[in-house]
Design a protein around this ligand. Structure first.
Ligand code: SF4
Length: 448
């Protein structure tokens, strides 16, 4: 195993920086890396050019993401000759040897499940002193530096093998954390003051407790039942519950029912459709049809009329014809997603789709992205315009001198003017009135 030994490590006084790419799961992973290093006396800073150790938590979902990581590593080495640079996250599927060839500036790489071994990998302790292997890396204490979102990873890996996706190779097969531990973690985070519990998993709704067999909807019900006292001990604390990302094929009726029954679960569902043509959905190995997806959307909106639905889509998948793409445009007009993440297909070596000829040109992918984005902009603009004149709850994520910015229950991004000298903090709930909307956000003023 690669080890590092220098004075600052021997002294066990060191500073480290993290670079995080990709999804919320990588933020949760980085919080565990930070937890391990902080427990050894490390101090986290934001400037990687001044750190002794820099660790990049990477994303492999798109080729561009990997290129950004390579560029960043070159920059860090140019500006900080002495730093020990490590890499973890989804790019690890390339293997240590290939990664070090691709990026000779790298000092060490590790699988995220091995982050408990970081003290040894970084040369902070000898192999004899290395901590005992935890049951799984989720049980390591995270170092959370946001007062807003408490990310709680509940499962890791994926068994679905969507043909374009690298996650099953990068993170391995699916496993779930014990429900007892998840519920205890959520309770502790709420007691500590977090206003929002955000459950995470690559295929979050295929969760199954390894001890009791508890399924995802039951887990949600148990978490929703957690009681936390408010500032005034007699009151119950206000808090929100969210999750990401579910797979349409695992969206049970009971999970849909949760949007009606649960008090803390917010009316927002991110439900990735990925394409609007059955032929392409099948080629993606996704196991649903557009009509089945439509039934899910219908049930969700029937049970919770104010629910916002967002989605992911890939344009330019190999073999996607103009006719297929027109079906995607039709799906957008039909489902009226509140917002969507649109990506252009890029081949991920090692996946099933990599064996199919990438026959949609880059120019055509760009055109399809623009056409779909235009439709989404129109829908989002229309939906946000409907907010004007309404009052709503906002969870504050950012605080300025005379404004606050945050998310509504439905995950809309809003900016509220406060007037100078306000004392609202990040992580607090405020009530606002919306008086203006744009394409992707809305604004107004704080009224409470
Ligand atoms: S469900 Fe599909 S897209 Fe999501 S992580 Fe698993 S393989 Fe990837």
């Amino acid at each position: 195993m690669f080890t590092l030994t220098t004075d600052f490590f021997v002294m066990r006084q060191f500073i480290f920086a993290l670079q995080i790419y990709g999804c919320q799961m990588n933020i949760a992973d980085a919080q565990r890396v930070a937890g391990v290093l902080t427990s050894l006396g490390g101090k986290k800073i934001n400037d990687e050019n001044k750190a002794n150790i820099v660790i990049l938590v990477t994303c492999s979902v798109r080729q561009k993401g990997e290129e950004r990581v390579r560029g960043k590593i070159r920059d860090i080495r140019r500006n900080n000759q002495k730093a020990k640079i490590g890499l973890t996250g989804c790019m690890i599927h390339h293997g240590e040897e290939k990664l070090k060839k691709m990026m000779p500036e790298l000092d060490f790489v590790f699988r995220i499940d091995d982050c408990w071994k970081l003290p040894e990998i970084c040369g902070l302790v000898s192999s004899r002193e290395t901590a005992k292997k935890p049951e799984n890396y989720f049980s390591l204490a995270p170092e959370i530096d946001s007062p807003v979102h408490a990310y709680v990873p509940i499962m890791n890996g994926c068994n679905n093998f969507c043909s374009y996706c690298i996650v099953p190779y990068a993170r391995g097969r699916e496993w779930s954390q014990s429900a007892k531990k998840i519920i205890a973690d959520a309770q502790n985070l709420l007691n500590a003051g977090y206003p929002e519990i955000f459950l995470l998993g690559q295929n979050v709704n295929s969760y199954q407790c390894p001890e009791t067999g508890m399924r995802f909807s039951e887990l949600l019900r148990n978490i929703d039942a957690i009681k936390v006292s408010g500032k005034n001990k007699k009151d119950e604390k206000k808090w929100w519950l969210r999750f990401i990302s579910p797979h349409p094929k695992d969206l049970s009726s009971d999970l849909i029912q949760c949007f009606h029954d649960l008090k803390h679960l917010t009316p927002w569902m991110h439900l990735p459709i990925q394409a609007g043509s059955d032929r392409i959905i099948q080629a993606m190995n996704r196991h649903y049809t557009v009509e089945e997806f439509a039934q899910l959307v219908h049930k969700l909106r029937e049970i919770r009329p104010d629910i916002a639905i967002s989605t992911d889509v890939i344009v330019g998948f190999p073999g996607e014809t103009e006719e297929d793409f027109l079906k995607t445009l039709d799906a957008w007009k039909r489902f009226e997603f509140d917002f969507s993440f649109i990506s252009q297909y890029s081949t991920r070596p090692g996946t099933a789709a990599a064996k199919i000829k990438d026959d949609v040109s880059t120019a055509e992918k760009k055109k399809r992205w623009t056409r779909l984005n235009d439709v989404q902009r129109e829908i989002s603009t229309k939906k946000l315009a409907e907010l004007v004149g309404k009052e709503m709850e906002v969870l504050v994520e950012k605080v300025g001198e005379n404004y606050v910015q945050g998310r509504t229950l439905q995950m809309q991004n809003v900016k509220l003017m406060t007037g100078k000298g306000h004392n609202i903090l990040e992580g607090e709930f405020v009530r606002g009135r919306i008086n203006k909307s744009r394409h992707w956000s809305a604004s107004g003023e704080v009224i409470e």
